[in-house]
Design a protein around this ligand. Structure first.
Ligand code: M6R
Length: 614
């Protein structure tokens, strides 16, 4: 969490840093700050609140400095406040630093520094770090780079940091462990950011710093990158980015979330493009191809993920078990490492993560690798930490997802997992050629069907008006649509703050049914597949208790139409792909309720897009 931006070059740093922070605000928005630097003078601006509050502090257009750094915070140590906002300065005022991550041993380090006379003005671990660097610098007379290297060797935790020293008028030093840090390589100008979005209109060339690396950036020469552990300068690879400016702007939509919901037909198509070769009756996925033996020989697959990605993993469990006939376990990544799981080199672990930065998922990956498992990553963000930490992987090609509530990530993750299941099933001959053809033909039609589901928007807005004042909501589904119920409930609670729970429809009678009365809306996914009749019985049970039913049904349904208060019809498809359609109205319903309640849809309270703390 937290977004960091830095700049050194020939442009005015302030507007560039502010715009960069706005683009990174999805990473956290408890406070914002900026430091501008010129002629050994640091100008510091910081405030609790959003980047817009920071922008209001001064007339930044008139600030001429061409070196600057900025930070948008998701609070970990210390409440959101002006004092806890970054950048933080060292006691002498000579060092200024921004930080994304957590210094786990900050209390011990703070005690040590207090013993040496340091005074602290905030509750943050970051202020400890900047003073630790100062202490190392002062006691050894080191240059900033060396002082940082030595200080970081005493630190336990995660960081992406930018620091400057007033004694060095033309230098920024950055370092990374655990949290992402990209250096945009311009022409005699350098950009630093948590991802490439702050600098994509200036350069498409970027260096992604590796863990345990430190870079010294000066305007008049290419950055020097040092391995902190070995104390040697290393070569680096300059990536050509494909990110476009359009992809990170709202493009006429009121919110990123809405834009991303509407992007799903395109995103799903991009995800299977080049992989799903319908004519040839083939699926090509390099990451799977190269390690096919692992998938064919394993006795089980373990999926680790968090939040929405975990829900996509649950959908994948149904599809993989059905098509590939290999047992699948789906684990919360956050729980995985705390129960000493039985994993061996016979296992395949699939880690699913939109951001590719989620700390819990990374920790699960590390553990799985230590135990010898083959780890496959399904990520959206190209070059992200998880995509690099795994043995192989497949990207989702959803394009940047900026709204904190995941939407297109979910449907594209299911798409990738379906492609994988089909590819492995074909190799394993666990499905016939005819079945394979039938399934891939249907998958190719999904984007078109999602377009049709999106036409339900107006109808869903009307339903949102009816239920926007409710305080609770139940979501029910069966089989492959049980995870859709979980996902629908998560979407509603995270952006509208209405309490919502997802359950397998059959579980309702084991407890949750006690909650049902005339004030309880129950959203039931009741497509005409699998246990349709049983779901209809569940609907009857809710109606008998006066609950209000909003049903997601298959086009042409007549039975549920008779029973439900509201019916939303999605196109007919195979059961395995139905989550790709049934989830669309649930995303739109949450979106509209949140908008009607005047909530900040793209930046819901207390949340951040990349959760880089465990
Ligand atoms: O980037 P990841 O997919 O690893 O993120 C996992 C969760 O933090 C994420 O899905 C979160 O639950 C979303 N806010 C849900 O909308």
């Amino acid at each position: 969490m937290c977004g960091i931006v830095g700049y050194m070059g020939h442009r005015k740093a302030a507007p560039l840093v502010l715009k960069g922070l706005q683009r990174l605000e999805y990473r956290g928005y408890d406070s914002a700050g900026m430091a501008l630097y010129e002629n050994q003078v640091v100008s510091l601006y910081k405030t609790q609140g959003k980047v817009a509050d920071l922008a209001a502090l001064s007339n930044f257009k008139d600030a001429n400095q061409s070196i600057g750094m900025g930070h948008t915070r998701w609070a970990t140590h210390g409440v959101p406040s002006d004092a806890n906002a970054h950048p933080h300065s060292s006691n002498s005022g000579e060092l200024t630093l921004i930080h994304n991550g957590i210094i786990e041993n900050y209390e011990a380090l703070k005690k040590l520094l207090v013993g040496k006379g340091y005074v602290f003005h905030s509750d943050t671990d970051t202020e400890v770090l900047v003073n630790l660097i100062e202490e190392v610098q002062k006691s050894h007379q080191y240059q900033l780079g060396k002082a940082l290297q030595v200080a970081l060797s005493q630190v336990v935790g995660a960081y992406a940091i930018v620091v400057f020293d007033t004694k060095k008028t033309d230098e920024l030093v950055v370092a990374k462990l655990g949290s992402p840090l990209a250096i945009g390589m311009g022409d005699h100008e350098y950009f630093i950011a948590s991802d490439a979005s702050p600098f994509i209109e200036y350069t498409n060339k970027a260096v992604y710093l590796e863990d345990h690396q430190l870079a010294i950036i000066k305007q008049d020469r290419p950055p020097k990158i040092l391995s902190i552990a070995t104390d040697t300068f290393t070569d680096y690879y300059i990536q050509e980015l494909e990110l476009s400016l359009d992809a990170i702007e709202k493009g006429g939509y009121k919110h990123f979330m809405l834009k991303e919901i509407y992007e799903q037909p395109r995103a799903i198509k991009d995800t299977y493009r080049g992989r799903l070769l319908v004519e040839e009756g083939l699926i090509k996925m390099a990451g799977v191809e190269e390690h096919l033996d692992k998938f064919l020989n394993t006795k089980r697959i373990i999926i680790v993920a968090c939040g929405t990605s975990w829900h996509a993993g649950l959908v994948a469990e149904y599809i993989l078990e059905d098509l590939v006939r290999i047992p699948v376990e789906v684990e919360y990544a956050s729980e995985f490492k705390y129960r000493n799981p039985v994993i061996s080199n016979q296992d395949v672990v699939i880690a699913i993560s939109q951001s590719g930065e989620t700390a819990d998922t990374l920790a699960a990956i590390k553990l799985a690798k230590e135990k010898g498992a083959f780890v496959f990553g399904v990520c959206n963000v190209v070059g992200s930490t998880i995509s690099r930490a795994t043995d192989a992987g497949a990207y989702t090609h959803a394009g940047p997802e900026i709204g904190v509530a995941s939407t297109k990530a979910f449907t594209t993750q299911i798409t990738v997992m379906s492609l994988m299941a089909l590819r492995i099933a074909m190799a394993k001959e666990s499905i016939s050629v005819a079945q394979f053809k039938e399934i891939v033909n249907e998958l190719e039609l999904i984007p078109q069907k999602v377009e049709i589901a999106l036409l339900l928007n107006q109808r869903i807005l009307e339903i949102a008006h009816t239920y926007k004042t409710k305080h609770n909501c139940l979501y029910l589904g069966r089989g492959v649509n049980f995870p859709v119920a979980l996902e629908g409930a998560l979407k509603l609670k995270e952006i509208s703050y209405i309490h919502a729970e997802g359950y397998p429809a059959a579980e309702m009678k084991h407890g949750p049914i006690a909650l049902i009365d005339e004030n309880m809306p129950v959203i039931v996914v009741a497509i005409n597949k699998g246990y349709y009749d049983k779901t209809v019985s569940n609907i009857q049970e809710i109606i008998s208790r006066k609950g209000k039913i909003i049903a997601i049904v298959t086009e042409g349904d007549t039975t549920v139409k008779e029973l439900a208060d509201h019916v939303i019809e999605v196109p007919e498809t195979m059961e395995c792909f139905s989550p790709l359609l049934t989830t669309i109205p649930l995303q739109l319903l949450s979106y509209h309720i949140a908008v009607l309640l005047n909530k900040n849809v793209d930046q819901p309270r207390n949340l951040a897009k990349s959760v880089t703390v465990e």
